[in-house]
Ligand binder design. Structure first.
Ligand SMILES: NC(=O)c1ccc[n+]([C@@H]2O[C@H](COP(=O)([O-])OP(=O)(O)OC[C@H]3O[C@@H](n4cnc5c(N)ncnc54)[C@H](OP(=O)(O)O)[C@@H]3O)[C@@H](O)[C@H]2O)c1
Length: 368
């Protein structure tokens, strides 16, 4: 059996390992992609440092590369050998990104549009999928595709994106803007405020400001003009930190507010200071007022929506990037002489801190 190198995690906080794994021949509807680029995200740290949801060892989710093999029944009008593609794989060992080849359903790949490089493209898939799933499933916003010419009146409802400079926050702001939302409040460090306005935020606040709760409530009221009901009816927490986001958000939310929190809840985030600690029940992690609807988000379930399963990665992702509706996130290139070294260095860079950026690195030595 043919094999190829992959980066695996064995036990929480242990060094990563380079291991040969089977190179899987595509079954019906699948393609095999040579992975040229990947990126390191928080979920990789949750797995490598926290042992969270590790069912098999290979890490990584976003990939950009080239199709080298395809099942005969894959529609060649859509994808063919030699196409440059990007996508988000998470289901099992053969679809994870820290390996030379992923074998994955064709509907989980989109063609990389010519206005971005593979290195830029790899920063987008998980964030966009998280944004669309969170807003459409957890907040129940009607994100029609293709985007209707005239937005619905509900697009004026104030919505808070806590953590606008996170990778998910970037995509959530841009998706809201693209679908016509006009009253968007976002938080980040001050150095990202101008970018967040370009991405779609109407008002931006420093989350470290001691008056943050009051400032956001006032902003919500002034944007809607309503003195009754919740100041901010819709909230996305794209950080999920008990002290850093859930505490202030639970003070902002009131009866009638719908809150979506990206899981896991971070009791202690992965960092150089020590091992992380997580919780999964958002309702228990803050003092919520009666009548606040709170839900934890897991992007891995986006494929329960058949339309998104078929179209989100294959069609919406490339089209939104091609038109510039979704921009690549700023990249920090992680180098190293081996794949293992690059994977370890990227994890360490994340532990030391990321701010409005993606940690991207080469997997294969080929492609551009
Ligand atoms: N459940 C799911 O489906 C799902 C999907 C995607 C992500 N997530 C989770 O969501 C979290 C964020 O992931 P990500 O990849 O989007 O993040 P990321 O890009 O790694 O986040 C880095 C950003 O977080 C911001 N930040 C840190 N603490 C903050 C706080 N207390 N308030 C506001 N902003 C804060 C920093 O902002 P400044 O630089 O501006 O200070 C920084 O730009 C991770 O725990 C991840 O696992 C979950």
């Amino acid at each position: 059996m043919a094999t190829h190198p992959a980066i695996v995690t064995t036990t929480a906080s242990a060094p990563l390992k380079l291991q040969n794994v089977p190179t899987v021949v595509p079954k019906s509807g699948e393609v095999r992609v040579r992975v040229d680029w990947t990126m390191t995200a928080a979920f990789d740290l949750h797995q490598a440092d926290g042992g969270l949801l590790v069912s098999h060892g290979v890490l990584g989710s976003c990939f950009a590369g080239i199709i080298v093999e395809a099942s005969p029944d894959v529609d060649t009008a859509k994808l063919r050998i030699g196409d440059k593609v990007f996508g988000y794989g998470f289901q099992d060992q053969q679809t994870r990104a820290y390996q030379l080849y992923v074998t994955i359903s064709a509907h989980m790949c989109g063609k990389i549009p010519s206005n971005v490089t593979p290195q830029e493209a790899v920063t987008v898939p998980d964030s966009l999928i998280t944004a669309v799933h969170t807003l459409s499933y957890s907040l129940r916003l009607p994100l029609q595709w293709p985007v209707p010419a005239s937005p619905s009146p509900s697009t004026k409802t104030p919505i808070l994106v806590w953590g606008g400079s996170s990778s998910s926050g970037h995509a959530i702001l841009q998706v809201l803007k693209h679908w016509g939302y006009t009253n968007i409040i976002a938080t980040s460090s001050p150095q990202h405020h101008e970018l967040l306005k370009v991405l779609g935020a109407t008002k931006v606040f420093d989350y470290r400001d001691e008056k943050i709760v009051e400032n956001i409530k006032n902003a919500g009221r002034s944007l809607s003009g309503n003195t009754q009901g919740p100041a901010v009816p819709l909230i996305v927490d794209s950080i999920g930190s008990v002290s850093g986001s859930l505490a202030p958000i639970s003070a902002i939310a009131s009866t009638g507010t719908r809150v979506a929190v990206l899981l896991p809840v971070l009791i202690r985030a992965p960092s150089v200071k020590g091992p992380p600690e997580y919780a999964m029940d958002v309702k228990l992690m803050a003092k919520w007022q009666d009548g606040v609807e709170v839900e934890g988000v897991r992007t891995h379930f986006y494929m329960e929506n058949e339309a998104l399963k078929e179209r989100l990665q294959s069609e919406m992702l490339p089209e939104l990037v091609r038109t510039g509706a979704i921009r690549p996130i700023r990249q920090r290139l992680i180098t190293g002489s081996t794949m293992l070294e690059r994977a370890e260095s990227a994890l360490q860079a994340w532990r030391e801190g990321v701010s409005g950026e993606r940690l991207v690195w080469r997997v294969s030595g080929e492609g551009s």
